[in-house]
Design a protein around this ligand. Structure first.
Ligand code: NAP
Ligand code: MG
Length: 403
């Protein structure tokens, strides 16, 4: 069998610990035997980030702008313990934060649905994709403890020195106050990323805020989404047969619980933080979740939603057997390869991505899985496999499909 060719490289960002081990196994067993992998490789492992003063992360993000598609392995975000463990020059920032800031995107997370790993919510039949705005609001706030009686005001000083004031509260006793902000630019790119992703994946888009209470702040989110939809996306949505649906956040939460899934739920920063944890745990596991950063310019970076699985890595180093779930990392690769194929008009590569995903899902549905899934599956007597054997079983399924 001749290998599938790739005309344009995709950006490959290697990572740390257990996921770095899985990364190599996936390449050796599931990709290289079938595809002539054409990647521009960046080593985002902590050692090399430290050696290059984190320049490698910046280079990888710039390469993503050049080639349009990237796949990223989970990476360590250093803390005090990692400073000594890796003898670091500095407590380098989170690579995801650096890349997100450079690409200015929205992160979309969707569960991978498998028969036998049932969502806790009975009527959820299709995935619910969460799109979280990642700038501002309470995450960039300024807070004040108010010790006693007095006046708290919001003051805006324009460039020409003129002032505008709004009374927050006339305090008669002690209390608390908080100021937060957002930027029209950021909300606009959030909206465009969501509309593009809905078109891309052919799903309805839901968006919700508390605009009835927050008549200026939240209402601005609602207005910006509505305006961009009318001006740039309405016709495309109608042609694609999908809808944009705006409602109040409490109404959205109630409807999500009764819905069957199959849509994208765009959330403001705080709502997205809280709701993504609820939705992902209800669907089963972080290792059964796809995650992609979509920039408003149309750059895509695929990753797993979980971390480097440190505990398993330490077992691996001691020579003990691990049963680490590689599904999210496999889907990061299949997502990136499919997008590469789509951008290059490479149907063979797109079909390969479909086969790889189908082989992965069927392996689990045939009762062969890692320990984390064996603990929650409704399949009787599942076969618990170690990290490597699980990947080898997927390879067998994949070979059948490609034969
Ligand atoms: P983690 O890697 O997400 O793992 C936490 C626990 O979740 C594991 O110990 C394991 O539970 C379970 N788990 C996660 N992924 C799994 C998988 N694929 N298969 C089986 N079980 C899985 O979080 P962490 O160990 O707290 O963090 C390790 C490092 O990851 C940190 O340095 C952090 O900075 C980094 N991190 C990176 C990213 C990213 O790059 N996207 C995201 C989050 C965290 P059991 O131990 O019970 O088996
Ligand atoms: Mg959270």
């Amino acid at each position: 069998m001749s290998k599938i060719k790739m005309n344009t490289p995709l950006v490959e960002m290697d990572g740390d610990e257990m996921t770095r081990i899985l990364w190599q196994m996936i390449k050796d067993e599931l990709l290289s035997p079938f595809v002539e992998l054409n990647t521009e490789y960046y080593d985002l492992g902590l050692e090399y980030r430290n050696e290059t003063d984190d320049q490698v992360t910046v280079d990888a993000a710039n390469a993503t702008k050049k080639y349009g598609v990237a796949v990223k392995c989970a990476t360590i975000t250093p803390n005090a313990a990692r400073m000594t463990e890796y003898n670091l020059k500095e407590m380098w920032k989170s690579p995801n934060g650096t890349i997100r800031a450079m690409l200015d995107g929205t992160v979309f997370r969707a569960p991978i649905i498998v028969k036998g790993i049932e969502p806790c919510v009975k009527n959820w039949k299709k995935p619910i994709t969460l799109a979280r705005h990642a700038y501002g609001d309470v995450y960039k706030n300024t807070e004040m403890v108010i010790p006693g009686p007095g006046k708290v005001e919001l003051v805006y000083t324009a460039a020409d020195g003129t002032e505008q004031r709004e009374l927050v509260h006339e305090f008669t006793g002690a209390g608390i106050a908080q100021g937060m902000h957002n930027l029209n630019n950021s909300i606009e790119s959030f909206a465009r990323s969501c509309f593009n992703y809905a078109l891309d994946t052919h799903q309805d888009l839901w968006f919700a805020t508390k605009d009835t209470i927050s008549k200026k702040y939240d209402h601005t989110f609602k207005d910006i989404f509505a305006e961009i939809y009318e001006d740039e996306y309405k016709e495309k949505f109608e042609a694609a047969g999908i809808t944009y649906f705006y409602t109040l956040i409490d109404d959205a939460v109630a409807r999500v619980m009764k819905a069957e899934g199959g849509f994208i739920w765009a959330c403001k920063n705080y709502d997205g933080d809280v709701m993504s944890d609820m939705v992902s745990s209800a669907f089963g596991s972080l290792a059964m979740m796809t995650s992609v950063l979509v920039s408003p310019q149309g750059y895509y970076e695929y990753e797993a939603a979980h971390g480097t699985v440190q505990r398993h890595y330490y077992k691996h180093l001691k020579g003990e057997e691990t049963s680490t779930n590689s599904v999210a990392t496999i889907f990061a690769w299949s997502g990136a390869l499919r997008k590469r194929g789509e951008m290059d008009g490479n149907k063979e590569l797109m079909d390969f991505a479909d086969s790889l995903e189908a082989a992965t899902i069927e392996t689990i549905e045939h009762g062969k899985m890692t320990k984390d899934l064996a603990l929650i599956t409704s399949i009787e007597n599942p076969t618990v496999l170690n990290s490597r054997d699980f990947i080898l079983e997927i390879r067998k399924e994949l070979e059948k499909k490609l034969a």
